[in-house]
Design a protein around this ligand. Structure first.
Ligand SMILES: Cc1ncc(COP(=O)(O)O)c(C=O)c1O
Length: 487
C-alpha cells in the first residue's frame, strides 16, 4: 500500500486534480463575497468525506480529493474576486503555490542549515535584498523569519527585555526591583498587549500613547505620557510604533518616535506587519521615513508582499540583539562555536524549532521577477484606497473617516435624516453583516473610539473604482432594507 501511496504516478495524478480545481478558483474573477456557510453544514459535508477512506481504491481517491478541494474553495473567502475587500490577506502570487508544493515534498525545516540549506541561504539573501530599501546598517543588521507577525512582535519584545534586563531570563521578573513597562499607540495590534502578558509584565504595565486626528501616535502628547509613566514608577524599556495600523492602516511618525526613544534609551520596535511592503516602492517609501532607526521591525510578507501565510520577517538593527530574545543550551542542536554551516542556523534567534521554509515563497518570486510586481501591486492598492476615499467624499450619504496612509479605508453610511451616534453605530454593524450574508461583497467592520465603522482593505489588484461604486450601491440597498424593517 505505502509503495502505491508514495509513487510518482500517484503524486502527479493528485497534483493534477489540485491544479484543475484550484485553477478554477483562481480564474473565477466574478464579483463575489463570502458565502458564509453554517458550520453544521460544513461539519456534515466534511464528516461525510471523512468516513470510509480506503487505501486501495484509486477512483474513489480522485473523486474524494476533488470533492474536498471543492468544499475547501467553496466555503472560503474568494480572495481573487473583486468583491473581496475585507481583510489583510491577499490571494498570493500564483507561482508561490508551485513553491509550496515543492516545499511539502522536499521537507526542509528552516531553523537549521543542515535541514534546510537553500531556505537558510535564501533568508540571508532576502534580508540583504530588502534591507537595501529599509536602510539598517548593512554590516550590523540581521533578519530572521517567524511564523507570523504576532510571534515576531513577541520575539522583538523579548529581545528588548533581554537587552535591558539580561538577568530576567534566569531570575524571572521576581528578581527585579523595577516595574518593566512598554509604550504603544492606542491602535496597536492586540499581539503587542498579548506579548506584554506573555512576558510576565502584565497588561497594566502597557502605557497607551494618544493618537492625533489621523489616528497616528501624537509624539508631543506621547512624550508627556512617557514622562507621566516614569513618574508613576514604571521602568519603560520599549516603545512600539506601527507602520500600517490594523484598524485604519495609519503610519505612526517614526522619525519623531525614534527621537523620543533615543532620548529615553528605549528600544524602538516598529510593527510593520501590515505596511512593510510599501518600502519597496520609490513612490511610497517616504511614508515610512525613520523606520531605519528602529531596533527591530516586524514585517509580514503574507500581507502586502502577497505570499502564502505565514511568512514574517523580523529585522534587527544589531545582530547581537537577536540573540538576546532566547537563551538556552541544547547540545543536540546548538554549537558553542559556530562553524561555516551552523553560522547559518536561525534556531537561536527564532522561537520555532521546526519552522516552515517560509522564505522560499518570497525569495522565488523575487528571484524570478525582481521587485517590479510587488511595487506595482502595493502602489495600485494604495492608489485605490485614495480613489475610494475621494469617491466617498463626493457622496452625500457616505463619510470617509480618514485619508488613507496605506490601503485601508474606514467610512460610515449616513442616512437621511441623520441618526444619533448609537443608532448610527448599530446601523453600520447591521450593514456589514447583511452585506456579508448576501454574498456579493466581503468587507469588515471596526470600532473607532467606541463607534462602529465600515472598513475596506484593498488587497486585490483587480478591484477598480467601478467595483467600489458597486459596493456603495450594495450598501445603499442593504441600508434601505434595514431602515424599512425598523420603520
Ligand atoms: C499591525 C499588525 N501587527 C501584527 C499583526 C499580526 O500578524 P499575524 O496575523 O501575522 O500574526 C497584524 C495582523 O493583522 C497587524 O495588522
Amino acid at each position: 500500500m505505502l509503495d502505491d501511496l508514495f509513487s510518482v504516478e500517484r503524486f502527479v495524478g493528485d497534483a493534477g486534480i489540485a491544479l484543475s480545481r484550484i485553477g478554477r478558483f483562481l480564474g473565477d474573477t466574478s464579483v463575489r463575497g463570502l458565502a458564509l456557510t453554517d458550520p453544521a453544514l460544513v461539519m456534515a459535508a466534511a464528516g461525510k468525506l471523512t468516513r470510509g477512506g480506503r487505501p486501495d481504491d484509486a477512483a474513489m481517491h480522485a473523486d474524494r480529493l476533488a470533492a474536498i478541494l471543492d468544499l475547501y474553495a467553496r466555503t472560503g473567502i474568494p480572495v481573487y474576486s473583486p468583491g473581496y475587500m475585507g481583510r489583510q490577506f491577499s490571494g498570493p502570487l500564483p507561482v508561490t503555490a508551485a513553491v509550496d508544493l515543492a516545499s511539502a515534498i522536499l521537507t526542509q525545516p528552516a531553523s537549521f542549515y543542515e535541514a534546510g540549506p537553500l531556505p537558510s541561504v535564501a533568508e540571508r539573501i532576502m534580508g540583504e535584498e530588502l534591507n537595501r530599501f529599509l536602510g539598517m546598517p548593512a554590516d550590523r543588521f540581521t533578519m530572521v523569519t517567524t511564523s507570523g507577525g504576532s510571534l515576531a512582535n513577541l520575539t522583538a519584545l523579548l529581545a528588548a527585555r533581554g537587552r535591558r534586563y539580561p538577568e530576567v531570563w534566569t531570575t524571572g521578573l521576581a528578581g527585579l526591583d523595577r516595574r518593566p513597562a512598554i509604550a504603544v499607540g492606542e491602535d496597536s495590534h492586540y499581539s503587542i498587549t498579548r506579548a506584554a502578558g506573555l512576558l510576565g509584565m502584565g497588561e497594566a504595565q502597557v502605557v497607551r500613547l494618544p493618537l492625533d486626528a489621523a489616528r497616528r501616535i501624537d509624539p508631543v502628547r506621547a512624550a508627556a505620557e512617557l514622562d507621566a509613566a516614569a513618574a508613576r514608577g514604571l521602568d519603560l524599556f520599549a516603545l512600539v510604533a506601527t507602520a500600517g495600523t490594523t484598524p485604519v492602516g495609519a503610519i505612526d511618525p517614526m522619525e519623531a518616535l525614534a527621537d523620543l526613544a533615543a532620548e529615553r534609551g528605549l528600544w524602538l520596535h516598529v510593527d510593520a506587519a501590515h505596511g512593510g511592503g510599501m518600502i519597496v516602492s520609490d513612490r511610497l517609501r517616504a511614508r515610512l521615513a525613520g523606520i531605519e532607526r528602529a531596533d527591530s521591525i516586524a514585517w509580514d510578507a503574507h500581507k502586502t508582499m502577497f505570499v502564502p501565510a505565514a511568512c514574517t520577517m523580523l529585522f534587527y538593527r544589531d545582530r547581537d540583539h537577536a540573540h538576546a530574545a532566547f537563551r538556552q543550551e541544547a547540545s543536540y542542536v546548538f554549537e558553542k562555536t559556530p562553524d561555516r554551516y551552523t553560522a547559518f542556523d536561525a534556531a537561536e534567534k527564532n522561537f520555532e524549532c521546526t519552522k516552515r521554509p517560509m522564505i522560499m515563497s518570497l525569495w522565488v518570486p523575487w528571484a524570478l521577477y525582481g521587485p517590479a510586481p510587488f511595487v506595482e501591486k502595493i502602489e495600485g492598492l494604495c492608489d485605490m484606497a485614495v480613489q475610494a476615499h475621494d469617491l466617498l467624499r463626493a457622496q452625500r450619504d457616505f463619510v470617509p473617516l480618514h485619508r488613507p496612509d496605506s490601503n485601508i479605508l474606514c467610512f460610515r453610511y449616513v442616512p437621511e435624516p441623520p441618526m444619533d451616534e448609537a443608532a448610527s453605530g448599530a446601523l453600520q454593524t447591521e450593514i456589514r453583516n447583511r452585506v456579508r450574508s448576501r454574498g456579493r461583497f466581503f468587507i469588515s467592520k471596526v470600532d473607532l473610539d467606541g463607534q462602529a465603522a465600515l472598513r475596506v482593505v484593498f488587497m486585490n489588484h483587480v478591484v477598480t473604482a467601478q467595483h467600489v461604486g458597486l459596493l456603495l450601491d450594495e450598501i445603499r440597498t442593504v441600508a434601505a432594507m434595514v431602515l424599512e424593517e425598523r420603520a
